[in-house]
Design a protein around this ligand. Structure first.
Ligand SMILES: Nc1ncnc2c1ncn2[C@@H]1O[C@H](COP(=O)(O)OP(=O)(O)OP(=O)(O)O)[C@@H](O)[C@H]1O
Ligand SMILES: [Mg+2]
Length: 372
């Protein structure tokens, strides 16, 4: 029998606080439709993880795969390794349109994320997790259920707000020439599943200051794939190949070059021009982005709107499309918002997770929530 050592109440709370301090890893987690990102810290010091990015995909072996075909006889493969072995796997992407749609693969994926953060499974992990702007309550509930196996406490915060937090350079806040992105700007996060919009004006954003559209990278891919199949019906292009081609050549507006790729068609190499297909596919999101910006601008205080439109900041993988800032800006100018200025962030990949960790460090212990 274990006899508990009795300590005065104050001592107990002090020792619990110390134990919590030591054992808790705080994490900023961006659970992306396409890519998930982890930033972690323990005792205030950032942790060096063996990897901080993972494609959000789980591979389950197809029935009848011979022993030794999959690496190290694995039953489950994750991320890039799952993509590499896709011929022998059923791939499941846990997130569709920025929300958890398939709970079992989500749990498997989250167990994998846990092993990246804490390989021995000995620590407690508290995570701030990004979600799409204005995600419905039932979707947040599913997200909680999915992450409960990995994190003992969580906070769910809109992604574009976290992106703004991640983009903020605290070391320059006293520099008069520095424009603090959390003071008055409009963040547009163009992901794989959703494009999210958020006015960040020095406060935690309300529903009124955010919007989201279900048109993003995956829809661009679907449009490009359909156009390629129409133009080259003999080319059996796979969805993954289309995504890779888009990521290599994406552009809107004037073509920077002709895009001619050499692909195997019926086993023979052929040179195929996909310039128009890439452009038309990428342009499909432009008008809707402008519409959402206009709607948010209309909700903004008239004293603040000019500065807001001067600070439109694109982030997410879609912000890498060549010419997208110019394309959105030109459309806004054509609609009369002549002072609008659109730019992109430098390194979009880790912004949401970085902002999430900053948020996690700033909140009090009693503000964290138990996932389910
Ligand atoms: N150079 C590029 N040009 C165009 N699109 C790109 C480029 N690089 C990445 N992408 C696209 O960006 C998307 C991934 O972006 P990101 O990692 O921000 O999404 P996510 O966070 O996983 O998705 P979501 O936020 O919707 O859950 C994918 O559709 C990817 O193909
Ligand atoms: Mg994202």
């Amino acid at each position: 029998m274990v006899v508990a050592k009795v300590e005065p109440r104050e001592e107990v709370s002090k020792s619990v606080a110390l134990r919590t301090e030591r054992a808790v890893i705080k994490v900023g987690f961006d659970f992306g439709t396409n890519t998930s990102v982890i930033v972690a810290s323990e005792g205030g010091k950032e942790l060096e993880l063996k990897q901080d990015l993972a494609l959000s995909v789980v591979g389950y072996p197809k029935p009848g795969v011979l022993p030794g075909i999959l690496p190290r006889g694995k039953k489950l493969l994750f991320g890039e390794e799952a993509i590499q072995h896709r011929l022998h796997l059923n791939l499941k992407w846990p997130m569709i349109k920025g929300v958890v749609t398939d709970i079992e693969p989500s749990k498997d994926f989250m167990s994998y994320i846990r092993t990246i953060i804490d390989p021995d499974g000995a620590k407690e992990i508290w995570a701030v997790i990004g979600c799409p702007a204005n995600a419905p309550a039932e979707k947040c509930h599913e997200l909680r259920a999915a992450v409960a196996c990995a994190f003992s406490k969580i906070l769910i915060v809109p992604e574009p707000f976290l992106a703004a937090m991640g983009f903020r350079d605290e070391s320059r806040l006293d520099d008069p020439s520095y424009i603090d992105p959390t003071r008055n700007s409009l963040f547009v996060d163009i992901g794989a599943g959703t494009t999210d919009f958020c006015m960040v004006q020095g406060f935690y954003p309300t529903a009124h200051e955010q919007s989201s559209m279900h048109k993003a990278g995956n829809d661009i891919d679907a449009g490009i794939a359909a156009a390629i199949r129409r133009k080259y019906p003999d080319w059996a292009v796979t969805p993954i190949r289309v995504t890779r081609l888009k990521e290599q050549y994406s552009f809107v507006g004037e073509a920077p070059e002709r895009i001619v790729v050499t692909e195997l068609v019926g086993g023979k190499p052929r040179h195929l021009d996909i310039t128009a297909e890439i452009r038309n596919g990428c342009e499909v999101i432009l008008d809707d982005i402008v519409k959402h910006i206009e709607e948010l601008a209309a909700r903004c205080d008239t004293d603040a709107v000019e500065t807001l439109l001067n600070n439109i900041i694109l982030t997410g993988g879609g912000s890498l499309i060549r010419g997208i800032c110019e394309g959105v800006q030109a459309r806004l100018h054509a609609k009369g918002y002549t002072t609008a200025r659109v730019r992109r962030v430098d390194d979009y990949k880790r912004l949401v997770a970085k902002g999430a960790l900053k948020t996690g460090k700033a909140v009090r212990d009693d503000q964290w929530q138990i996932p389910v």
